[in-house]
Design a protein around this ligand. Structure first.
Ligand SMILES: C[S@@+](CC[C@H](N)C(=O)[O-])C[C@H]1O[C@@H](n2cnc3c(N)ncnc32)[C@H](O)[C@@H]1O
Length: 266
């Protein structure tokens, strides 16, 4: 599939999903088995000291991270996203901070910013849509000033998932998805893209099949039977890695904090 065709699919997906997005995320992230508070806490901790500084969020979406960043850190924030509808939600949500936040329709593959323009960059739950994460990271590396901070977060594969179970599962549910990384693979990619990793944490959380179908499959006309057939065919070791039951599984979210290094990316 061409890059342009994939981005159209992503845009269409999020234009339909924008009105449901925060509710869907809250259901998993803020549930008793959720991990949302932990992720937000780590994000804010990484951005401590950035009051009045320039922060870029790529894939700002509905402003789910931008709002706590504005409330707690108070930087000047630029949020870029492919979806106009997601940006509208973010704009409403962050209206109290309108003077210090710019929400821009744009593409991570073509960031229009000068070198050294930002003190920090945030990229949460978005990397798995990029055709070339190394390309985006190299550009972000240049966009950051010396020792600038990068906060990355995304769903990750189980470290022993060598059968690509999560990829197969995700591609059964979503036509927008490109690829997940194992935590170690992402750390390596960051290092070769000109960053020094200072923190990396992977959090486990439970997600119901029902929620996966509602959040993803429904928007792509996926029949639940196709999804459940895949779950049933899963081998024993994969079942253990993701703790599959008849109704839910364990997923993993990795958050990595890194700083721009002096090394020029390969
Ligand atoms: C799962 S949402 C995450 C939103 C937000 N970061 C959060 O954590 O809630 C992914 C977002 O990435 C955006 N996105 C996907 N590909 C993009 C690209 N190439 N450039 C900019 N935004 C992109 C989507 O439109 C969507 O709003």
């Amino acid at each position: 599939m061409s890059n342009i065709a994939r981005k159209k699919i992503i845009r269409d997906y999020y234009s339909q999903r924008a009105k449901d997005y925060d509710r869907q995320k809250q259901r998993t992230w803020k549930s008793s088995s959720g991990f949302g508070i932990d992720v937000t806490r780590q994000l804010l901790r990484a951005l401590r000291g950035h009051t009045g500084k320039r922060v870029l969020e790529v894939g700002v979406g509905s402003g789910r991270n931008a709002l706590p960043i504005m409330e707690e850190i108070k930087p000047w924030l630029v949020g870029v996203d492919l979806s106009k509808e997601m940006l509208k939600v973010a704009k409403t949500k962050t209206a109290n901070f309108a003077e210090s936040i710019d929400l821009v329709l744009g593409d991570a593959d073509h960031l229009p910013f000068a070198d050294n323009a930002f003190d920090a960059a945030v990229i949460m739950s978005t990397m798995h849509y990029f055709g070339s994460p190394p390309h985006v990271l190299r550009k972000l590396q240049k966009t950051l000033r010396r020792k600038g901070v990068l906060v990355y977060g995304d769903v990750s594969e189980h470290k022993s998932d060598d059968n690509e179970f999560l990829e197969t599962l995700e591609k059964t549910l979503s036509k927008a998805h490109v690829g997940y990384y194992k935590p170690s693979e992402m750390r390596k990619l960051l290092e070769t893209s000109g960053f020094n990793v200072s923190k990396s944490r992977t959090l486990a959380y439970r997600k119901s099949y029902q929620a996966l179908i509602e959040d993803k499959g429904c928007y792509f006309g996926v029949k639940p039977e196709a999804f459940y057939a895949l779950v049933q065919e899963t081998d024993i070791s994969t079942r253990k890695h993701y703790a599959l039951t008849s109704a839910e599984l364990t997923l993993y979210y990795t958050i990595i904090v890194a700083a721009k290094s002096n090394n020029v990316p390969e």
